[in-house]
Design a protein around this ligand. Structure first.
Ligand SMILES: [Zn+2]
Length: 258
């Protein structure tokens, strides 16, 4: 299998687009299009022609560059079936639902429905390349706000993602890791792996480097939203003996007010 090259493209104040380039076929995808220019500039610098636009959800800071990039490069736009029905992904060509797949050269991407942040949110999982593109569902040390779904739904989505192999590399839609980490330390200060990760992220931010990708295994050890079973978190929230989603719901509420 040919190499899949990855380039993170910082956009707006804290968004990431991710460029993926398959060397053999020459095909290139972008996951989300927060804005046109930085993506167009990165493509030009690499000498890549954009063939696929993969949208995780319809929010403006994820689809704003769709039409201009599609027009410039002739790329095919993919998005969720739910958002297609709502007509809220600009330039959409291919509607995807849970369990669908698509290809970039030899690399297969599986579509996982992860509703909660929005009802149409999907994630793209490249199982051979061991990468997950989670949009605004799962952030490093955090998760997306519940704009359209409820806590039980979002927990189910996160539970699916935390069961992917530990060596899967997580790419998310925003650089929120440091502020997420400050909240995480509030609810699980005794977690040594978390303290180590936050220190590392502080240093990365000082060097103006991205905090992603990060492995799912590491997120499982450090991200409170993937750890509702943690005795320390449950103790701090006063929630022993309840279902995981209820602990998740309490964490999300507390983070919203943080
Ligand atoms: Zn969003």
């Amino acid at each position: 299998m040919s190499a899949l090259r990855v380039r993170l493209v910082p956009c707006r104040s804290d968004n990431y687009a991710v460029l993926l380039h398959d060397e053999d076929s020459g095909e290139t995808a972008v996951v989300d299009t927060p804005e046109t220019e930085p993506i167009a500039a990165a493509l030009e610098e690499e000498g890549w022609r954009l063939t696929h636009i993969l949208n995780t959800h319809h929010h403006g800071d994820h689809v704003a560059g769709n039409r201009a990039l599609k027009e410039r490069h002739g790329a095919t736009v993919y998005g969720s079936e739910y958002d297609a029905k709502k007509g809220r992904v600009p330039g959409l060509d291919v509607a995807l639902k849970d369990g669908d797949g698509l290809r970039l050269g030899d690399h297969r991407f599986d579509v996982i429905a992860v509703p909660g942040h929005t009802l149409g949110h999907i994630a793209y999982y490249a199982c051979d390349a061991k990468m997950l593109f989670a949009g605004d569902t799962l952030f490093s040390l955090g998760c997306g706000r519940l704009f359209e779904g409820d806590a039980e739904m979002m927990w189910h989505s996160l539970d699916l993602l935390r069961h992917l192999p530990d060596d899967t590399q997580l790419y998310c839609g925003h650089e929120y890791t440091l502020s997420n980490g400050e909240f995480a330390l509030e609810v699980e200060p005794g977690n040594a792996a978390l303290r180590e990760r936050v220190e590392e992220v502080r240093e990365l931010m000082r060097q103006r480097r991205p905090s992603i990708p990060v492995s799912i295994g590491r997120e499982k050890a450090t991200n409170p939203f993937l750890r509702p079973q943690s005795a320390e978190i449950r103790d701090r929230l006063g929630l022993e003996g309840v279902e995981n989603w209820r602990v998740f719901a309490a964490l999300r509420e507390r983070k919203d007010a943080f």
